[in-house]
Design a protein around this ligand. Structure first.
Ligand code: HEC
Length: 278
């Protein structure tokens, strides 16, 4: 009997409490959320870095009611002041917290000043190595630049800028080299890529061709190959060797092969590379 009575009693209490929380107004209301609808009225003043890359910018955050606030920049520890100094360019978020632990954030962007090129003279000096006039373009230009802010980038005739100051595979002619410094200031210089002179082995071959072959392979009668043009000697070297050294299919000159010493000059030149510059 006693046990049954206890359960009965406990059951009544439970029902009473459920009823109370569901329908009653007797419990005290929860305290109002101190952060609800809070508006700190945050604003700020920004001073950008004085020169590109300098860490002397600042942010000053003010709140409409600046009472008991503390401030944290980019999640660093909170401080009492809303002033942040020694800042470089970048994105900053400042969290403002009151004594109740409520917080708001405000974000700023510090930018580097756009550098001025007035008064800056970029001096470009360029040097060239010559081109083989019978090759496919093997002249080079190398440049150096001074007077601006390193690093420099270089452009040939206004093309894509590159960090490498050397340009290769150039044919002979005039070029403009531009150098652009770290602030975007530009200087330029003109440079001429000339032709390399004829090499000594080529010169020997050209001399013997001029005296033995031009009569039938010159500007007037070319007979398939105008040997008065230097680069025709270069491009036709295998055919020249076949005729004038090996006598195949028929010897050239037609009257009979050249003296052995002259044929050796052709062999030596071809073995050295057979270029205009050899
Ligand atoms: C007296 C005239 C004469 C002289 C000198 C002469 N040739 Fe020829 N050569 C010809 C004639 C004609 C042909 C075209 C017929 C042939 O292929 O045999 C020819 C053809 C050639 C060809 C082939 C042309 C081709 O298109 O492939 C070569 C190479 C050549 N000669 C080289 C020489 C060289 C090198 C010399 C000097 C060492 C020389 N010849 C001297 C008359 C001459």
């Amino acid at each position: 009997m006693k046990v049954t009575a206890f359960f009965f009693f406990a059951g009544c209490l439970l029902v009473a409490q459920l009823s109370c929380s569901k329908f009653g107004n007797t419990l005290p209301p929860p305290p109002p959320d101190p952060c609800f609808n809070l508006n700190m009225g945050l604003s700020g003043n920004v001073t950008n870095p004085s020169t590109s890359g300098a860490a002397d910018g600042s942010i000053a955050v003010t709140a409409a009611i600046a009472n008991g606030y503390s401030y944290s920049i980019n999640n660093s520890p909170f401080q009492a002041s809303g002033n942040f100094n020694n800042l470089s360019a970048g994105n900053y978020t400042i969290k403002v917290r009151n004594t109740d632990g409520c917080s708001e954030t405000i974000s700023f962007v510090l930018t580097n000043p756009v550098p001025s090129c007035s008064g800056v003279t970029i001096v470009v000096s360029a040097s060239a190595t010559g081109n083989d006039p019978c090759g496919s373009g093997d002249g080079t230009v190398s440049a150096t630049a001074t007077g601006g802010a390193a690093p420099y980038a270089f452009s040939l005739n206004g093309g894509v800028y590159q960090t490498n100051p050397v340009f290769t595979n150039l044919t002979s002619g005039s070029y403009t080299i531009l150098a652009r410094d770290a602030n975007g200031c530009i200087g330029s210089s003109a440079i001429v890529v000339g032709n390399q002179p004829a090499g000594p082995l080529f010169t020997q071959v050209r001399t013997l061709i001029r005296s033995n072959c031009l009569y039938c392979h010159g500007p007037v009668l070319s007979n398939g190959i105008n040997l008065n043009i230097d680069c025709n000697i270069v491009t036709g070297k295998d055919r020249i060797k076949a005729r004038a050294v090996d006598g195949l299919p028929t010897p050239m000159p037609q009257s009979g092969l050249l003296p052995a010493a002259d044929r050796q000059k052709i062999i030596d030149w071809i073995n050295a590379g057979g270029r205009f510059t050899n």
